[in-house]
Design a protein around this ligand. Structure first.
Ligand SMILES: [Zn+2]
Length: 348
């Protein structure tokens, strides 16, 4: 055991005192660094080898470990570790622990080093406002802005329009200089694609992407209205970009809409037949009495119901045994009319 040497102060206690005398903030920062730098001493080599401290955020010590077993171990020891860290620091500097992903610049680095890294990251970010203001405009561009403003009879408004237009031209020039690319449809400048798979596609702005997606859905709906039984293979003939998910989504949408127009007691109208074809993806030739009965029964809560409607029992509707066999083989009354009704769809 080390002998006590009263009167002689160790650097370990002199430095914190000195720092504290400079400023409380400095003292706090010093404690944080002190703790992070002495992690192995505080928790022991075993833990320190598997669990690295990253830094302290809002009194939470952020840790990083690739081993789930160690993460669990630490969680069990959390209260103890918090206590040990605070004891080591000589005051409450943390109140809990949390696991995070590895930081790019852990605070265990030298203070100046991590601060410099933060500042460098800050500086590399574009300050769009400042850079836009510095972007020079040539005479032609200035003239273009004036011309747009000339359309305003109100002089105050005209000035405002000229200013806005100049700013817009500056911003476009800045964006072009940063590698932005025009939308292939409307020409609006878009940030270059960040993902690789996007890079192969034609550039589209968000608004054009949305419009395209809606157009695709509309074309799928159009085919479903003409060929309610269309599945992937058939659909692709008319809409090559269609996906299973999109077809299912639009089918469900149309079923909802159509169901509300079919009366719950209706078994034979064209609309009822269309609904069955759409919901089940079956052609007019597959509209047996049994199929129609089962599907309309399944959809009974979506159908239009009169106020005095009471739901029938399942087997009053769906025939069993020999009767059921017969129903499966007999084409529903509406099916024959349906066949004539459906002609091959026109190209959407
Ligand atoms: Zn666009």
């Amino acid at each position: 055991m080390a002998k006590r040497t009263p009167g002689l102060e160790l650097p370990r206690s002199i430095i914190p005192k000195t720092v504290r005398s400079i400023s409380p903030a400095m003292a706090k920062e010093y404690s944080r660094r002190w703790v992070l730098g002495h992690w192995a001493e505080i928790v022991g080599g075993d833990i320190a080898r598997h669990v690295k401290p990253m830094g302290i955020r809002q009194e939470i010590l952020c840790l990083q470990s690739f081993t789930p077993a160690w993460q669990n171990e630490i969680k069990l020891l959390e209260a103890q570790i918090v206590q040990k860290v605070n004891n080591f620091a000589g005051g409450k500097i943390i109140k809990g622990l949390r696991f995070t992903r590895p930081w790019e610049h852990p605070e265990t680095f030298d203070l100046t080093e991590s601060r410099a890294a933060r500042q460098a990251a800050e500086a590399s970010r574009t300050n769009w406002g400042k850079e836009r203001a510095r972007m020079p405009l040539n005479t032609a561009e200035m003239h273009a802005a004036e011309q747009i403003a000339e359309n305003c009879s109100d002089p105050v408004l005209a000035q405002l329009v000229a200013t806005i237009t100049r700013k817009r031209i500056q911003m476009d020039k800045l964006r072009l200089s940063k590698g932005w690319v025009p939308c292939s449809k409307c020409g609006l400048l878009c940030e270059p694609a960040r993902q690789k798979d996007e890079a192969d596609h034609a550039v589209l702005c968000d608004a054009c992407k949305r419009a395209d997606a809606e157009d695709l859905r509309a074309r799928i709906r159009h085919v479903l209205k003409n060929v309610p039984w269309a599945r992937m293979k058939e659909m692709r003939k008319y809409v090559p970009e269609a996906t299973t998910a999109l077809i299912a989504e639009q089918r469900a949408l149309l079923v909802q809409k159509l169901a509300s127009e079919v009366d719950v007691n209706d078994k034979n109208s064209l609309k009822a037949m269309e609904l069955v074809m759409l919901a089940d993806g079956v052609s007019p030739d597959q509209l047996s009495e049994d199929r129609v009965a089962r599907t309309l029964y399944r959809l009974r809560f979506n159908l239009h119901r009169p106020p005095d409607y009471t739901a029938p029992r399942r087997y009053d509707i769906i025939k069993r045994g020999k009767e059921g066999e017969q129903a499966r083989r007999t084409l529903a009354e509406g099916a024959l009319r349906m066949r004539e009704h459906y002609l091959p769809p026109k190209q959407p």
